[in-house]
Design a binder for this molecule. Structure first.
Ligand code: NDP
Ligand code: 13P
Ligand code: ZN
Length: 373
């Protein structure tokens, strides 16, 4: 059991919290949250009943890709048929804008009333954004617990070679079958833990942006997001690959992180300087690693910049079997340094500890002090 306190809370920690509660923005807030969430062994067989419970009628578009069609998509279709639903399967290879248009056209053609995404980030993001643009509800059926996109209201869309993060909609329902997710490559579960642990530095950046730039801030969303990171760090020595109990813990953390983004009305509680670093790597690295893996390594370095206990983050990632350095990411150190120096240019409207950017020397020193290179 690891206990993590981040930076020593100031004496008036409660007061600081109180101040941030006082500063909760008073503008009317629209929070869209998932309504039915089912996590457990074999829950894919319940998908038809979940749709009924959600009052969904008419036909569905089931978005899969080659891997996830076999892994779970076919069983989802069988279960929908048993419950009397019509459906049309859309097999994708990406979440490019052309695919979004194709799903929308198909939806129009068959008169679909809702969309189900069965897969990883790419598949679920395609179901999320296309259903949002069709003004139809969507259900998230993750086949891996690799990041919090399974529950968030955000989507990353490939625009040319770049990935653009955009607001979309929360899933109306989430059906996470721990048996399916536990059989996914163990690297994916470790990546999901990296994405969650990175919430620590995301929240520290958010508080900094609130103090220095009066950025809209929600103490509730920050507390929920920080709690997910704390729980994963404190359980890091018990999270084991291909074990359903571990999957259940990580999936609940990913869902809570997605809910924190819904409460905040932005990805701020789960995306700070460490995500800027990851998105920068996605842009320049010849072969980027998984999103959550890059965010975990980013969190080690950004926690150091924040003056926090970066070794606790690094040790937890080691326990979990997630990468902690350039070698583990399979990325040349030169790209790590370059990504650090351009990270501040990603989502420039979001202020973080990176400020207006760090120099190459500072980046090199940061990456070596934290043993990333
Ligand atoms: N919307 C959001 O809030 C977030 C979105 N993202 C985005 O998600 C994307 C990452 O998604 P992705 O590339 O799919 O990577 P993932 O990390 O989701 O999945 C990695 C790979 O594992 C495959 N996979 C998924 N489930 C299984 C399984 N059960 N067995 C075997 N393989 C499996 C995926 O295939 P497949 O692609 O077929 O599922 C993918 O090839 C990035 O573009 C990122 O920007 C990341 C974080 C948050
Ligand atoms: O990955 C995310 C949260 O974990 C979403 O963050 P972005 O808004 O930076 O894409
Ligand atoms: Zn993320």
């Amino acid at each position: 059991m690891r206990s993590f306190t981040g930076r020593k809370p100031p004496e008036n920690h409660l007061k600081a919290g109180y101040i941030s509660l006082l500063s909760e923005s008073r503008a009317p807030k629209w929070m869209q949250l998932p309504r039915e969430i089912l996590v457990g062994h074999g829950t894919i067989r319940e998908i038809g009943r979940v749709c009924r419970k959600l009052g969904l009628s008419g036909s569905a578009i089931v978005v899969v890709d080659d891997i996830t069609k076999k892994v779970a998509g076919d069983l989802v279709c069988e279960t929908l048929a048993d419950e009397g639903y019509d459906f049309t399967v859309f097999v994708t290879d990406s979440v490019r804008t052309e695919r979004i248009e194709e799903v929308k056209m198909l939806g129009e053609e068959v008169g679909a009333s809702f969309v189900i995404g069965v897969g990883g980030g790419t598949v679920i993001d395609l179901a999320k954004i296309s259903s949002f643009e069709m003004n139809k509800p969507f259900l998230s059926v993750p086949t891996a617990a690799a990041h919090d996109g399974i529950a968030s209201p955000r989507a990353s869309v490939k625009d040319g070679e770049q990935s653009v993060s955009m607001a979309a909609q929360s899933p109306l329902g989430i059906v996470a079958d721990t048996q399916v997710i536990a059989s996914a490559p163990s690297r994916l579960l470790a990546a999901g833990c990296g994405d969650i642990i990175s919430n620590f530095t995301a929240v520290m950046d958010w508080r900094l942006a609130h103090r220095l730039r009066n950025a809209p801030y929600s103490a509730y969303a920050a507390a929920l997001s920080e709690m997910t990171a704390r729980m994963i760090i404190e359980s890091s020595d018990t999270i084991k690959p291909n074990v359903e109990e571990s999957v259940r813990l990580v999936v609940k953390a990913l869902i809570s992180s997605g809910v924190a983004m819904s409460i905040a009305g932005s990805s701020a509680p789960a995306s700070g300087s460490e995500h800027k670093f990851s998105h920068a790597l996605d842009r320049i690295a010849p072969k980027p690693a998984l999103h959550g893996e890059q965010c975990g390594v980013g969190a080690i370095m950004m926690m150091h910049l924040h003056g926090g206990d970066w070794r606790v983050i690094r040790n937890a990632l080691i326990d979990i079997g997630a990468p902690v350095d350039a070698a583990g990411l399979g990325i040349d150190p030169e790209y790590i340094i370059e990504a650090l120096t351009i990270a501040h240019t990603i989502n420039p409207e979001r202020y973080t500890i990176l400020g207006t950017g760090i120099t190459r020397d500072a980046a090199e020193r940061l990456a070596s002090v934290t043993k990333v290179i």
